[in-house]
Design a protein around this ligand. Sequence first.
Ligand code: NAP
Length: 252
Amino acid sequence: MNFKNKTVLITGGSRGIGRAVALAFANRGAHICITYNKNEAAAKDTLSILPAGNHRAFQVDVQNSDAIRTLINKIAEEYSRLDIVVNNAGIFEAHPIDKVSYPNWQRIWQSTMNVNLMGPANVCYCAAQYMMLQGGGRIVNISSRGAFRGEPNHPAYGASKAGLNAMSQSLAQSLAPYNIFVGVVAPGFVETDMTKHLLDSPEGGKIKNQSPLGRVAQPIEVAQAVLFLAAEGSEFMTGGIIDVNGASYLRS
Ligand code: NAP
């Protein structure tokens, strides 16, 4: 898969899956724009591991719709193209219904939906305006197994990812006439900062054994599916959702 001179935007590229996606595209010739929220040092670390190219990091809270529009305009101005967008930034905050207070329940629902669903919706809107003008593009959204399997301790997370799946499928239909293709990758557990507290807990062994491989995914394994959906030749996959969960939750 060759992405030579493609401009790729990856939200939340400072750490975890986003960093692996950035590296995977950069290794195949792309110019990378990553965003981060608070962790500038991690964003710089990501840039430092990328092979040569015109790579940049931008501080953008995906909850800020104006900042998203400004970001897309900046990329359009500086790179004169935006070929691929990966909506990866996300949060995963516990709020079990039998333990959390009502104010915290509402706070976490609000922030989860804002970051995991409204953020990607606004990125898709702004990117699609530009991609329609340039004659096409690719959008890959990072969802989760939790959208299908349920998230008893993180219900807003599961709902946000189910919403992301539905939005992606709607946009796949509305944007195909503009040569814009939309895919989804739905990982199970991946070894990143997001899951470290769970994997390091006494539950860690059980979590690993959810997969018959006896382990969780590495970020690069998720990146592999992202590359596939963004590659030339995958156009007819538009609207598709690729599971990357080591057979821990199978659906047909
Ligand atoms: P991670 O290691 O916690 O990294 C999260 C990334 O999102 C960071 O780059 C962070 O920026 C950014 N971010 C968080 N809130 C943001 C905001 N408000 N605005 C902009 N950026 C924000 O997460 P990960 O495990 O790599 O997860 C990446 C994606 O995969 C998420 O959508 C997640 O839901 C999904 N996913 C993960 C797993 C898993 O097991 N890890 C499983 C299924 C799906 P800073 O560095 O600045 O904080």
